[in-house]
Structures are given as structure tokens and as C-alpha cells.
Design a protein around this ligand. Structure first.
Ligand code: BDR
Length: 326
């Protein structure tokens, strides 16, 4: 009886919105404040508009905590949307293990889940839309190794525990350094940036205070850790290439730092395309039109001051967010 009442309420709400959606899809990012997630959202809206123009009405519900790491909140969001019987859930899991039970509960009641950005330790999903994060970490190591001419001391500032995607980047970075640059010494790789730029700044300042006097390079594997380290290097007078900084993602702050030489390289993903493909993939699954790949690779690109203004890089670092999010 409750299920019928909930479904009716959802139907009434969507009809009141002007038309009954064919599908209602909940999109749950890891966070909403980083620029990265705004690009994911914009890409999802682009897919929604394209589907609308071809006659498929898709309602999108975009919901997430403002900052990273809100594990319990995200678990409750998944549970709530399962209770509301949405058509499908697109999820960027903040914990590769803790989100497994609610996702498997969704699958048990035939609510499909497409995972984006960061893997989840279950097969009960329709597809994973994400880049090869291990290779992204390798590319960061190759960039830093070249910048240091294969020698010197570096550190890795990790992000969050059980963030499967950044853990893959960190592993790819460390293993590639060890294999390709045996004369580069990693002086620290066990400290974490935490969920925000502020927590990353604090962690970075402590590391620079301890190692900064004899350090040639740093790697930071996501937007918040890169922004925090960038600020800490500036405050310590170690920016402007004094310590080579290779980071991840793009934002106005990070791209500006790259342009002025405070950051030497950014591994940039394509979050806009990730959001776009996740909605298209979900709707393809829901309509039963053709099989959906279990893994859909999205691209990444090492951006430096040399290629920053190339068209391909420009599209990645300046996705058309304002065209789709008002
Ligand atoms: C960053 O967090 C990661 O999950 C994304 O891939 C991106 O690197 C965005 O806040």
C-alpha cells in the first residue's frame, strides 16, 4: 500500500511539473561544491535536453552534500531514493565498500545503478563510467619524473580513505615512479588531505614545514588536495616552480596557477562527458535498447603550460557549465 502511495505521489508531482516524465533519475555526486561536480551536472543536463528533444522525458534529481566524505549522508540518500522508487540512480560513491549494501538493495528491487567517477566493490551495477585512474596516476609520475630529470625528493599527499579512484591514482603514481625513476625518493606518502581545500591546506602546510627545505616535487591526486597544496606552497614561498607541483582536475584557481607557473602539470578528466554518458547509459538501460557496457572509459589529459590553450585542453578545463546550469 505504501509503495502505491509513494508511486502515486511521485506521479502527481511529475504531472504537476507539466508532463509525466518517462523516467526519474537521481544523481548523487560525492560533493556539490567542487567545480568538477558542476561539470558532471551540466553534462547530465545536456543529455536530458537531447533526450527531451527526441521525445523521452527524463526528470533529473541532483542531490549531494556540499563537501566530500559525507559517507552516512550518501548512504541515506541512496536508501531514500530506493524508497521513492526512482527509475534509476547514478552514484559517485564516497566509500567503495560502505555504499555496497544500499546499492545492492536498489538492485534487489530492480532500481538500476550506474556508478560514475569512483568504483564500487559490487557487480550489482549497470555500468561504471570513469577514466582509468591508475593510468592517470602513472601520467602524473611521468610528468613529475621528467620535470625533475629523474632525480630528487618528492611527496604524495593522499586524499580520503576508500576513495577507490584516488587510491588508484596514488598507486599508479608510486608504482610508476619506482619503476621508471629509481633515483627519485618518496619522502612521504601516508598523509591525507581530507575532504576540503581547507583540510588539504592544513595537511600540506605541515608536510612543507617538515620536508620543504629539501623537496623537489609533490603530487596531489584530486581538486581539493591540489588547491590546498597550491595555497600552502605559495604561503611557504615554495611556489613558482621552486617545488614542482603536479596535481589533478581543473578549476579557475588551478588553471591560473598553471598559467603563472605555480603548478607545472594537471591531470584533467572530462567530468562533463562523464555526466552526459551516465544519463544516456541509464536511459539506454531503462529502455532496453541495446546492451550497456559494464565499463565506459572517459578520457583524461595531462595539461601543462605548453598545451593549456590547445582546443582539446580548453574544452576539458572550460566545459560549457553555464550553458546548462542556470
Ligand atoms: C575530485 O574528486 C574525485 O572523486 C574526482 O574524480 C575529482 O578528482 C572532485 O572533487
Amino acid at each position: 500500500m505504501r509503495k502505491i502511495m509513494v508511486s502515486l505521489a511521485l506521479l502527481v508531482a511529475t504531472i504537476a511539473a507539466g508532463y509525466a516524465d518517462d523516467y526519474t533519475i537521481a544523481i548523487l555526486p560525492k560533493a556539490t561544491s567542487p567545480d568538477y561536480w558542476k561539470a558532471v551536472h551540466a553534462g547530465a543536463v545536456k543529455a536530458q535536453r537531447e533526450l527531451e528533444s527526441s521525445g523521452t522525458h527524463v526528470g533529473l534529481i541532483w542531490k549531494g552534500p556540499s563537501k566530500d566524505g559525507e559517507r552516512d549522508a550518501q548512504i541515506k540518500e541512496v536508501e531514500d531514493f530506493v524508497g521513492q522508487h526512482v527509475s534509476g540512480i547514478i552514484l559517485a560513491p564516497v566509500d567503495s565498500k560502505a555504499l555496497v549494501p544500499p546499492v545492492e538493495d536498489a538492485a534487489d528491487v530492480d532500481i538500476p545503478v550506474v556508478v560514475i567517477d569512483s568504483p564500487l566493490e559490487t557487480n550489482a551495477i549497470v555500468s561504471l563510467v570513469a577514466p582509468n585512474n591508475y593510468d592517470c596516476g602513472k601520467n602524473a609520475a611521468l610528468c613529475l619524473g621528467e620535470l625533475l630529470d629523474g632525480k630528487g625528493k618528492v611527496l604524495l599527499l593522499r586524499t580520503m580513505e576508500r576513495y577507490a579512484n584516488t587510491e588508484a591514482r596514488e598507486l599508479g603514481f608510486l608504482e610508476c615512479l619506482k619503476q621508471r625513476y629509481p633515483d627519485i625518493k618518496v619522502v612521504s606518502s601516508d598523509q591525507r588531505a581530507g575532504p576540503t581545500e581547507e583540510s588539504a591546506y592544513t595537511a600540506s602546510a605541515k608536510l612543507l614545514d617538515r620536508f620543504g627545505k629539501d623537496l623537489q616535487g609533490v603530487f596531489t591526486p584530486n581538486e581539493a588536495s591540489t588547491a590546498g597544496m597550491d595555497r600552502a606552497l605559495k604561503d611557504a614561498g615554495l611556489a613558482e616552480g621552486k617545488i614542482k607541483h603536479v596535481g589533478f582536475d581543473s578549476s579557475d584557481q588551478l588553471v591560473n596557477a598553471l598559467r603563472v607557473g605555480d603548478i607545472q602539470g594537471l591531470v584533467v578528466q572530462d567530468p562533463f562527458q562523464m555526466g552526459y554518458l551516465s544519463v544516456k547509459t541509464m536511459v539506454q538501460h531503462l529502455t532496453g535498447k541495446g546492451s550497456v557496457p559494464k565499463k565506459i572509459d572517459t578520457s583524461s589529459q595531462l595539461v601543462t603550460s605548453d598545451n593549456l590553450d590547445d582546443p582539446k585542453c580548453k574544452n576539458l578545463i572550460h566545459p560549457p557549465v553555464s550553458q546548462y546550469l542556470n
